[in-house]
Design a protein around this ligand. Structure first.
Ligand code: ZN
Length: 117
């Protein structure tokens, strides 16, 4: 019905999602991001006394706002084995609760195929 596809090895699948828990990743990201912003808040006070600092501060700050998320996604993204992100049978995404169905039952929550060995 769905043609041939490669099943996941259950342990690999569970390990993958244990390390790449979406919630955990975004919390880490948020913590780093806000931590970095706090560093930029310090010169923010100094700018009131030394306006010339703003010339340096603004490009650096906005550069950080834009490039930190990109950098973070790249660093984390390189380790992501993308085949675990989708059901191999029906290609529906396994993000969110989808992967929990697979880890507990071995089946895809969308198409019901047994996708774990
Ligand atoms: Zn499926």
């Amino acid at each position: 019905m769905h043609g041939s596809y490669e099943k996941f090895r259950r342990e690999e699948f569970i390990e993958f999602w244990r390390r790449h828990e979406t919630m955990q990743r975004s919390l880490w990201f948020l913590a780093c991001y806000l931590g970095g912003m706090l560093l930029f808040a310090i010169p923010g006070f100094l700018i009131e006394k030394m306006p010339w600092l703003a010339v340096l501060w603004f490009p650096l700050f906005f550069g950080y706002l834009i490039f930190f998320p990109l950098w973070f996604m790249r660093v984390r993204g390189d380790k992501v084995d993308k085949r675990f992100l989708k059901c191999p049978a029906c290609k529906s995404p396994l993000m969110g609760p989808g992967h929990l169905v697979v880890t507990t039952t071995g089946k895809c929550g969308t198409c019901g195929e047994m996708i774990c060995e």
